[in-house]
Design a protein around this ligand. Structure first.
Ligand code: NDP
Length: 294
């Protein structure tokens, strides 16, 4: 029997529906939550992500703006835009789409966003708050992974969780969320990366395996144990002569083969991706609530 499908689209729809009451309540106090995205350069994937976030905001009745800067924009120019958005009371959430071109430092950019508007939860202060278990915002993709687990009935509590990848965006903050002494967390977490020896020995003992490497179909069936729960964060384009565009999107997991051994598994697309957007909207509503006197 193939494992259950963890339907990120459906779960993200539920999260978004739950926000509606809060958005209506804010409206009674004269606030429309507003999300501003800054896009530097022409990277097609970044452009698509910003467009999807804008569309999702619009569908929820949120205000949104996209600030586009040329690929050769200086770091100063970006920081000036961030300052302008920090000062704008209509803007409750600011996201700086990554990757950034090489002349712009990621640290400088994320540290310049007002922590109260940092809906991506990348500012060092907000990262620290997550680590000590008092989050101001939930880091969007890691929080999306946790929601997928909880809402599919696969609580990480007391489980061995192995995370493949240690980026500041996914692996590290996810480990920080899951290791908390708290309901919905309480996992024993291993974070593996490119310097990990005998990776498969770690993955094979995982109750829950989260793949966030950016390596197409890296996790094969022989790397997991029977009954594993798998969350696939990866987004990779691979050539596909049968597709109209000549390529298609796959995750970091060899989906069909791994699903045969799994208790449950999230697909790509339709797994973590929609959750990341839903959590970003949730953070924007939270930022608007924090900024609105009751
Ligand atoms: P990064 O490239 O920043 O990090 C990748 C991590 O995987 C690194 O820690 C790296 O190790 C590790 N890694 C890579 N190859 C191997 C290997 N062969 N063995 C062990 N570890 C390895 O990527 P991100 O974290 O930003 O993203 C990961 C994936 O998730 C990407 O496909 C990205 O597109 C996707 N993503 C999806 C999102 C969504 O909403 N669904 C949101 C964000 C990302 P080391 O540190 O040693 O280099």
């Amino acid at each position: 029997m193939p494992g259950d499908l963890i339907d990120g689209k459906k779960i993200a729809d539920d999260v978004r529906s739950e926000l509606k009451g809060r958005i209506a309540e804010l409206a009674t106090r004269g606030t429309v939550p507003g999300l501003a995205a800054i896009l530097v350069g022409e990277d097609p994937a970044s452009r698509l992500y910003v467009k999807m976030k804008g569309k999702a905001s619009e569908e929820m009745g949120l205000a949104h703006w996209t600030v586009e800067l040329p690929a050769d924009a200086s770091e100063r120019r970006l920081l000036d835009e961030i300052d302008r958005l920090n000062a704008d009371p209509k803007v409750h959430g600011i996201l700086v789409q990554q990757p950034l071109p090489p002349q712009i430092g990621v640290d400088a950019a994320v540290s310049s966003v007002d922590p109260d508007k940092d809906v991506d939860c990348f500012h060092p202060t907000n990262v620290g708050l997550v680590l000590i278990g008092r989050p101001r915002f939930a880091p969007a993709t890691p929080a999306g992974v946790v929601e997928l687990l909880l809402r599919s009935g696969n609580s990480p509590d007391r489980k061995d969780v192995v995370i493949l990848g240690r980026s500041n965006i996914v692996g590290k903050p996810l480990a920080a969320l899951l290791m908390q002494k708290a309901r919905g967390a309480n996992a024993t977490v291993t974070v593996a990366h490119s310097a990990t020896r005998e990776l498969a020995a770690h993955t094979r003992r995982a109750d829950i395996l989260v793949a966030a490497m950016g390596s197409p179909r890296f996790v094969t069936a022989d790397m997991v144990r029977d009954g594993v729960v798998v969350i696939d964060v990866g987004i990779n384009r691979i050539p596909d002569p049968k597709a109209k565009s000549g390529s298609r999107t796959v995750g970091d997991v060899d989906f069909d083969a791994v699903r045969r051994k799994a208790k449950a598994i999230s697909p790509v697309p339709g797994g973590v991706g929609p959750m990341t957007i839903a959590m970003l909207l949730s953070n924007t509503v939270r930022a608007a609530e924090m900024a609105t006197p009751s």
